[in-house]
Design a protein around this ligand. Structure first.
Ligand code: IPM
Ligand code: MG
Length: 352
């Protein structure tokens, strides 16, 4: 089959890691007889420098027409002085919003080979860890009305029932294929939007009688993630809570350099990106860990192209590479073989 992929490498280590993910997709293409056409488009800091705005219209249009989008990272100190709407991060929000990617899947998986890298005690972490955070991505305080008043400022969190329901359904659907537990995380002791989330969740839960639903306040959840992370299967939560909890959960897996994500909407087209940032200090130095991006490409194969076998082939190759003792600097420990970005990509490709 033929697939058109827009790559948005972005800033910092973005180009380093996207190059490796493209390579892997080409290897998959050869092995399974698919053709992936890549078109690179600017967004983030590089777009500010070359086009004068973080998210050119042409990039949005190309992404809308593509079968899927693979994104590296945006941002860096060079653009930190810019104000709200001119910042590189605006490109991310713009893409999420204009492609209507309301459900952000962030799996926090601890590969057993990296158990040493997990900061928790072995008895807490057990054999492995596999949590899926489903973060609402196009609503809430990120997209609400904001502004300045005389001597003040405000941001608003607003949700419609429809926005809540559709992301909850993604979470429950995912739970059905996993351990059938959904934890809805909110701040219902304070926020009216959270109380609406609970109402809608209780309604949606009726359609998934096999799934066990529980509710947790976000502050408690952030504590429980450290105290007993294995209690969680799928966490569904609003935009900003999901942003914060997914960073916390990523640390349980040893390195933020390992975690992939998928942003999905009503159609098959999604946007796939590592959850880490642009790490400008190591950009272009061949040290960044490409695994999160490679695993994001695997998610693209699975969710956008329905190529489950191919997705597994990528994931197994990553596991095999770790089994064989290869590590980039961020996940390296005594006795392991330290490799750079390109070599890690090559080793994974070789194992496919
Ligand atoms: C993320 C990032 C973004 C977010 C920033 C860069 C806008 O932290 O994808 O988690 O807050 O959504
Ligand atoms: Mg974040």
């Amino acid at each position: 089959m033929n697939f058109n992929i827009v790559t948005v490498s972005g800033d910092g280590i973005g180009p380093d890691i996207i190059a490796e993910a493209k390579n892997i997709l080409n290897v998959i293409g050869k092995k399974y007889n698919h053709t992936f056409h890549f078109t690179e488009k600017p967004a983030g800091g590089i777009a500010i420098d070359t086009c004068g705005c973080p998210l050119p219209e042409d990039t949005i249009e190309a992404c809308k027409k593509a079968d899927s989008v693979l994104l590296g990272a945006v941002g860096g100190p060079k653009w930190d002085h810019l104000g709200g709407n001119d910042r590189p991060e605006k490109a991310l929000l713009g893409l999420r919003g204009s492609l209507e990617l309301f459900a952000n899947l962030r799996p926090a998986v601890l590969h057993k080979q990296l158990k040493e890298a997990c900061p928790l005690k072995p008895e807490i972490i057990g054999d492995s860890l596999d949590i899926l955070i489903v973060r609402e991505l196009t609503g809430g305080i990120y997209f609400g009305k904001r502004g300045r008043t005389e001597g003040g400022a405000y941001d608003t969190m607003a949700y419609s029932e429809k926005e809540i329901e559709r992301v909850l359904r993604v979470g429950y659907g995912a739970a059905m294929k996993r351990r059938k537990k959904v934890t809805v995380v909110d701040k219902a002791n304070i926020l009216e939007t959270s109380r609406l989330w609970r109402e809608v969740a209780n309604r949606v839960a009726k359609d998934f009688p096999e799934v066990e639903t529980s509710f947790l306040y976000v502050d408690n959840c952030s504590m429980q993630l450290i105290r007993d992370p294995r209690q969680f299967d799928v966490i569904v939560t609003e935009n900003m809570f999901g942003d914060i909890l997914s960073d916390e959960a990523s640390m349980l897996t040893g390195s933020i350099g390992m975690l992939a994500s998928a942003s999905l909407g009503e159609t098959k087209r999604g946007m796939y990106e590592p959850i880490h940032g642009s790490a400008p200090d190591i950009a272009g130095k061949d040290v960044a860990n490409p695994i999160a991006t490679v695993l994001s490409a695997a998610m693209m194969l699975r969710y956008s192209f329905d190529l489950e076998e191919e997705a597994r082939a990528v994931e197994n190759a990553v596991t095999k590479t770790l089994d064989d003792g290869y590590r980039t600097a961020d996940i390296w420990s005594e006795g392991m073989k330290k490799v750079g970005t390109k070599e890690m990509g090559r080793l994974i490709a070789e194992r496919i």
